[in-house]
Structure formats: structure tokens, C-alpha cells
Write a protein that binds this ligand. Structure first.
Ligand SMILES: N[C@@H](CCC(=O)N[C@@H](CS)C(=O)NCC(=O)O)C(=O)O
Length: 215
């Protein structure tokens, strides 16, 4: 079996540490027990080789033999083909895992990302933009996730790539206290991030960037 190589930045500022999206891939690889190694590209000074793997100059990407794949969702689906710990074999559950994976990215993160960028940029919480994105995230997304997550442990019956993405998306919302009124969403993030695979992935990411500070 080909070596799996996860590429991330060599360094990032303090703020995003613990949330750089390579954590999604680390988490999946740890969950599945697949051997891998991590390589780095410069955060400052992204070159043509970097853009040939990730057309927006971002991270992460994964190489699996002669396949190079970017987008955290696509990477997790790729890894799901290798392990039923990540994508269930049962057709209904597999289909549920895929739909929830896209829901995490395309419905929930589509709302949480502009919301968190506004908060991060210091936008006043009474501005029209804040109101718009608060409603988009909370009224149109979290309010609907809340009864779903109150009624089930994991999105597709058993833990899957869908939970890695949904929990990671909601984890960032929680960092800015956006889950205060959504206890089931918060409980879901807590149970997902209590998994040893997440704990290791998080510690490894923090250590990776701390090592860059030291060098
Ligand atoms: N949709 C992409 C987003 C990747 C992304 O936003 N990566 C961030 C790190 S978490 C990045 O590379 N940021 C630097 C930049 O955008 O210049 C994915 O899920 O893989």
C-alpha cells in the first residue's frame, strides 16, 4: 500500500492553531489507524509546486501514491474508501454519511465561515452584516441541527467522516461561543472531540506548529 502523506503549512500564527484543516485529515487517519507522514510547505512564500497541489495555495492536501487530492471533504471521502471506520459499508448508512459530509461543508460551514470571519475581524455585533450572518447560522442552520443532534449520537448511525467534518465545523463556532444556546450541538462537539483520535490529531497539530516556533 502506498505511503499516505499529509501536507500542511510549516507554521501558522497562534490564532488558527488547533483549527487548521489538516486536523480533519489527521483525525480521519488516526480514527482509521492508517499509517501516514506529515510534510510541510512554507506559509510565507507559496510556490508553483504548492499551487499545483492546491489551486488556491491553501492546505491540506494528501498524496496517496500517484494521487494528489485537495479539499478536506474530498480527502475524507478518499480515505473513507479505505476504511469502514470512516465510511460505513451498509448502503443506507454510507449514503447518510456522504449527505451529512456535504451538509457539514456546504450548508453549515457555508454559514459558519462568514460568521466567524466577521467576528474575527471585529465587526460590531449590532451591524447589519452581523445580524444577517447570525440569522443565517443560528436560525437557519443551528436551530435545525439541534433536534437532530439531540436525537442521535452520530450522524450516520456510527461515527464516520461526516462527524469529523460536522464536529470540526461546529467546534469553531463553539470557540466563539456560538453554541451557547444549542446544548445538543455543544454536547456533540464534546463527545466527538473526546475521542482519542481527535485528542491525538489536535496534539500533533499543536506540536507541529510549536516545533516551527522553536526552530
Ligand atoms: N475548502 C478547503 C479550505 C482550506 C483552507 O481554508 N485552508 C486554510 C487553512 S485551514 C488555508 O490554507 N489558509 C491559508 C489561505 O487561505 O491562504 C478545505 O476544506 O480543504
Amino acid at each position: 500500500m502506498a505511503d499516505l502523506i499529509l501536507t500542511t503549512f510549516d507554521w501558522v500564527p497562534e490564532m488558527p492553531r488547533g483549527h487548521v484543516r489538516d486536523i480533519r485529515v489527521r483525525w480521519a487517519l488516526e480514527e482509521a489507524g492508517l499509517p501516514y507522514r506529515v510534510e510541510s510547505v512554507p506559509f510565507r512564500g507559496r510556490n508553483a509546486e504548492h499551487f499545483s497541489h492546491q489551486p488556491f495555495g491553501q492546505v491540506p492536501w494528501l498524496t496517496d501514491g500517484d494521487i494528489s487530492i485537495f479539499e478536506s471533504g474530498a480527502i475524507l471521502l478518499h480515505l473513507g474508501e479505505r476504511s469502514d471506520m470512516l465510511l460505513p459499508i451498509d448502503p443506507r448508512r454510507r449514503s447518510a454519511a456522504k449527505e451529512w459530509l456535504f451538509a457539514a461543508l456546504n450548508s453549515v460551514e457555508a454559514a459558519s465561515q462568514p460568521w466567524s470571519l466577521l467576528i474575527f475581524s471585529g465587526e460590531s455585533d449590532t451591524s447589519a452584516a452581523r445580524k444577517l450572518f447570525d440569522d443565517f447560522l443560528k436560525v437557519h442552520r443551528l436551530q435545525h441541527m439541534e433536534p437532530i443532534l439531540a436525537g442521535r449520537e452520530w450522524l450516520a448511525g456510527s461515527f464516520s467522516v461526516a462527524d469529523i467534518l460536522m464536529a470540526d465545523v461546529l467546534r469553531l463556532v463553539d470557540r466563539f461561543d456560538g453554541l451557547a444556546k444549542y446544548p445538543a450541538c455543544r454536547g456533540y462537539v464534546e463527545r466527538a472531540t473526546a475521542r482519542p483520535s481527535f485528542v491525538k490529531a489536535h496534539a500533533d497539530q499543536m506540536a507541529h506548529f510549536a516545533a516551527a516556533d522553536a526552530s
